[in-house]
Design a protein around this ligand. Structure first.
Ligand code: SAM
Length: 308
């Protein structure tokens, strides 16, 4: 099968050198969106100066960080070093978040390696000023594994808060089908299907209704190996912020959080240490505004440049 030209964008030196001249940002620079006030910085999430230069003094209501746990998967850091690095990122984030705010951390758990880095990150979070609220699991449709183990189909999402932030329950598209759970509500006997606000079931802390991104989906951004589904990020944004709020994402990659913020009337302050992913993020927003498309499906953000 032919490989997509942007596959291995993170590691292919020749491809990277060819694309860098087309990137608007160099290390330390910030792009400001004139229309909605979003910002994209080519910055380092572990640097407190970089975080302050991106965020200024307007406190954020919500932070959604997708920790680059490939650092430990590819042996670049030990588990404890990774947790210490993440603690610095969380402290940097906390410094620019409001007194009533929510923090979500996406994370993997390697079943071949003591479920790292999930336990280390959970213990590290106990030392911070955040209070634990939920451990959410997103179920992938495709997984990995052998016939000798349960197939691994999960992605973990830790939810923490500071103070008393907004929380709006979110509903899935799954109809309420289980009947027979009766309860007396204000003297009236009510059935499970007639209780509650929605026709469908509420999203709990196991999400089985969200498709992971693959090349047939419009939102697919070729070259982005760790893209989160837009629907998952929309669910977080809609639950834990209000229109007009400021949202943070320090690991932008394909720019899913920025796009979710744009679609739901929030402002996003985001960064990536890699100028190519910063350019992808800006182009994804511009492409959405121009065409209404959430990604490039089988095409890619650098299609014109690659033709040349
Ligand atoms: C797991 S991906 C994020 C995926 C993103 N949630 C999405 O939906 O596309 C992690 C990203 O973090 C970036 N990154 C790694 N170290 C960083 C650092 N110190 N500061 C900022 N970004 C960093 C990587 O370049 C990569 O694009």
């Amino acid at each position: 099968m032919l490989k997509h030209p942007l596959e291995r964008l993170d590691q292919d030196a020749v491809l990277r050198a060819g694309l860098l001249p087309f990137c608007r940002l160099k290390a330390g620079e910030i792009w400001v969106d004139a229309q909605s006030g979003h910002r994209v910085g080519c910055l380092d999430a572990a640097s407190s100066e970089d975080v302050i230069s991106l965020c200024g003094s307007d406190p954020a209501t919500l932070a959604v960080h997708d920790l680059p746990y490939n650092f430990i998967a590819f042996g670049q850091r030990s588990h404890d070093d990774f947790a210490a690095w993440c603690e610095q990122v969380v402290l940097n984030s906390e410094a620019v978040m409001g007194s009533d705010s929510s923090l979500y951390l996406w994370l993997g758990a390697d079943q071949k390696d003591g479920f790292a880095p999930l336990p280390e990150i959970m213990l590290m979070m106990r030392r911070t000023g955040f209070q634990s609220r939920s451990l959410i699991t997103l179920r992938n449709q495709r997984g990995y594994g052998t016939q000798k183990n349960w197939m691994s189909v999960r992605q973990e999402l830790l939810y923490y808060i500071k103070g008393a932030p907004v929380f709006t329950p979110q509903y899935t598209d799954i109809p309420k089908t289980v009947r027979g759970y009766y309860k007396d509500v204000r003297g009236e006997r009510k059935e499970n299907t007639s209780r509650g606000l929605g026709e469908t079931i509420r999203a709990g802390n196991v999400w089985i209704d969200i498709q992971q991104v693959f090349y047939r989906m419009e939102e697919n951004v070729n070259g982005c190996y760790a893209q989160k589904p837009l629907r998952a990020i929309r669910r977080i944004v809609d639950a834990s912020s209000s229109p007009g709020d400021t949202i943070l994402d320090f690991f932008a990659h394909s720019g899913t959080t920025l796009l979710a913020a744009e679609m739901s009337g929030r402002r996003c302050l985001t960064m990536d240490v890699d100028p190519i992913f910063c350019e992808v993020v800006i182009r994804r927003l511009e492409n959405y505004r121009m065409t209404g498309m959430t990604g490039w499906q089988n095409s890619n953000p650098f299609v014109e440049e690659l033709k040349k």
